[in-house]
Write a protein that binds this ligand. Structure first.
Ligand code: SF4
Ligand code: SF4
Length: 203
């Protein structure tokens, strides 16, 4: 089970600022057990957001956030997601990455992912999250360079990125190519000029 803890509410607010159609995706496996993403927590976050002036348009609770296979999978749970202009994922970093991979809108997680606790979700080989405990995946619209770049490059690609491919394995896309492509498509590329500070590895 992936161990998560909820981020402070105030850390979530900047992500939804200016958004009109906020949608929440919970996780009915690990996060539900940790009480960071089951139905009660989803409803509580929805209530807090509404009271803070950010009403949501809907929410969905897939079996596990990391088990989402397609956008239709989520739309089957609640078709309001089709109108979303941002998505909050109440799961682990891996679940947030998976949801991000099926949508073009900005995605962030509401939890810190702390440790493995037994298994690596349903995506053991894709290394979507390395459980750093200081999740800022929302700064990259749901694609984590800390986990998906072999060098954990947090401030842009290394010199080996070529034609969108990673120098470590030319079969793989450079994660910074994926990030820039998504951020570009939603006009958020300027956000990438923010300097990312080193992670606190003691966390
Ligand atoms: S920043 Fe990346 S590695 Fe850290 S918790 Fe978030 S998804 Fe996982
Ligand atoms: S090419 Fe891209 S993914 Fe590969 S190590 Fe360099 S920055 Fe990371």
């Amino acid at each position: 089970m992936i161990i998560t803890k909820a981020k402070p509410f105030e850390e979530i607010l900047p992500f939804v600022e200016g958004r009109k159609n906020i949608f929440i995706v919970g996780c009915n496996v690990c996060a539900a057990k940790m009480r960071t993403g089951g139905e009660p927590e989803v409803l509580e976050l929805a209530d807090r957001l509404e009271k803070a002036g950010h009403p949501i348009i809907g929410w969905a609770l897939p079996t596990a956030a990391c088990s989402v296979r397609s956008f239709d999978h989520l739309a089957d749970k609640n078709e309001k997601i089709k109108d979303a202009d941002c998505i909050l994922v109440m799961g682990c970093g891996s679940g947030t990455s998976v949801v991000s991979s099926v949508t073009d809108v900005p995605v962030t997680g509401t939890n810190e992912t702390m440790s493995l606790g037994g298994c690596l979700g349903l995506h053991p080989s894709e290394q979507l999250c390395i459980m750093c405990g200081e999740c800022n995946i929302g700064d990259f619209s749901g694609i984590c360079p800390n986990a998906r770049c072999p060098k954990s490059q947090m401030n842009g690609p290394c010199g080996g990125s070529k034609n969108g491919k990673c120098e470590v394995s030319r079969e793989n896309d450079c994660v910074w190519y994926l990030i820039e492509r998504k951020m570009d498509s939603i006009n958020l590329t300027p956000v990438l000029s923010d300097i990312q500070m080193p992670k606190n590895h003691r966390v």
